[in-house]
Design a protein around this ligand. Structure first.
Ligand code: PLP
Length: 405
């Protein structure tokens, strides 16, 4: 038997393990220090009461012969697909059919699995810095080529996102088959306007490329004119798949639920992708638990909507505290408005990791070095709004006391 040796090309997550290791070492050397983690990319607030109630009810149904449920439909129960269709699309003026929506256990799985339906010969374009899953899943599939001395993969088209292009990628000079876009972005916290997304949709249509649009952070969008869905752009149904998640929207990181939209009009080489994805899911996935689907449905109830909005407002307030505090301290910073992430430029003369060390040493604050998300992230640093407000305020006060001139 031969293994898939593409797996040997992947490095274990150097970024987050190194962050954790450095934090542990500091804490061991300074047991009295109150270290504040603004590095977490995970939610911390409890689930909405409407979600909890819906789960209790679903558990009781599973306990009773008359209402017990076995295998769920592969693509989701009608009640959740209809709630998604109505609230996320129809009510926003977007026409998406119920059988174009595929419920799943989250956007990370779909993001990796979607590659099953396209050829290993496709060339993918990926933003730099980036959510590492897009790269690693393509390495596993054999689409990456080899790594050069700068840590770049020979067969991947990199699209740098820096302050110079306002963190939205320029159209690549080489035409990719598949383009990964994520807005609002992790790690930069920046967004794409309707015009910017339209440029990408037009490009994909012209060159017959597929866009994989990750909108895991759409619920953080507060500004007018910033699309929450790629399908707000005309023509997108002919060139884009959208990945959605309840993780950041409703605190579902531990619940596991998301969905992917594959429009029926999406056709390549005369084949519609929708039935291919349907086949892939029906073959390799047995659906999301009934209890979780009822929990997800509750997000769309009147009280559910109100409750998750309150939690989002909590994180948004933290993001504002970080963003304004850092600006006041003299940092150049980005994101934080339509996003739980603030992306800052480290002081001149520092690398991302050098700034990490100094911030830990002088402020007892942990963030994430931008270089860990890709070479173009060097010189930047990510702080997240998922902590408690009290700790966030404390962290920013410490940063100001050290860096404010
Ligand atoms: C958190 C996150 C997701 C969500 O993944 P789930 O598997 O649904 O929890 C997707 N994409 C990005 C960029 C993320 O940061």
């Amino acid at each position: 038997m031969k293994i898939n040796d593409n797996f040997l090309k992947i490095e274990s997550s150097y970024l987050f393990s190194t962050v954790a290791k450095k934090q542990r070492a500091y804490q061991a050397a300074h047991p009295e220090a109150d270290v504040i983690r603004l590095s977490i990319g995970d939610v911390t607030r409890p689930l909405a009461p409407a979600v909890i109630d819906a789960m209790h009810k679903a558990v009781d149904e599973m306990a009773c012969e008359a209402t017990f449920r076995g295998y769920p439909p592969e693509y989701g129960y009608d009640f959740i697909l209809e709630a998604i269709q109505k609230n996320d699309y129809t009510d926003r003026g977007i026409d998406i059919a119920k059988d174009e929506i595929f419920l799943s256990d989250g956007a990370k799985s779909d993001c990796g699995n979607i590659g099953d339906i396209f050829s290993v010969d496709n060339k993918v374009a990926i933003c730099d810095p980036v959510y590492p899953v897009y790269i690693d899943t393509n390495i596993m599939a054999g689409r990456s080529g080899d790594k050069d001395e700068n840590g770049l993969w020979s067969n991947i088209i990199y699209m740098p996102c820096t302050a110079e292009n306002n963190f939205t990628p320029d159209l690549p000079s080489e035409v990719p088959d598949v383009i990964y876009l994520c807005f609002p972005n992790n790690p930069t916290g920046m967004v794409a306007t309707k015009e910017q997304l339209k440029k990408w949709v037009d490009y994909a249509l012209e060159h017959k490329s597929l866009i994989l649009f990750d909108s895991a952070y759409e619920s953080f969008v507060v500004e007018e004119g910033i699309p929450k869905s790629i399908y707000e752009i005309e023509g997108a149904k002919k060139c884009a798949i959208e990945l959605r998640s309840f993780s950041k929207t409703a605190g579902f990181t531990g619940m596991r639920c998301g969905y992917t939209v594959v429009p029926k009009e999406l056709e390549f080489e005369g084949t519609s992708l929708n039935p291919l994805w349907a086949r892939r899911q029906a073959t390799k996935f047995n659906g999301v638990s009934y209890i979780t689907q009822r929990a997800a449905e509750a997000i769309y109830s009147e009280e559910g909507k109100k409750q998750i909005k309150e939690t989002l407002a909590y994180y948004q307030n933290n993001a504002k505290i970080i963003f304004e505090g850092l600006k006041d301290a003299g940092f150049e910073c980005y994101g934080g408005v339509n996003s739980p992430y603030v992306w800052l430029r480290v002081p001149q003369g520092y690398t991302s990791w050098e700034f990490f060390d100094e911030l830990l040493e002088k402020c007892q604050v942990v963030g994430t070095p931008g270089s860990g998300f890709g070479p173009a992230g060097e010189g930047y640093f990510r702080l997240t709004a998922f902590g408690s407000t009290e700790k966030t305020i404390e962290a920013i006060e410490r940063i100001k006391s050290v860096y404010k001139k």
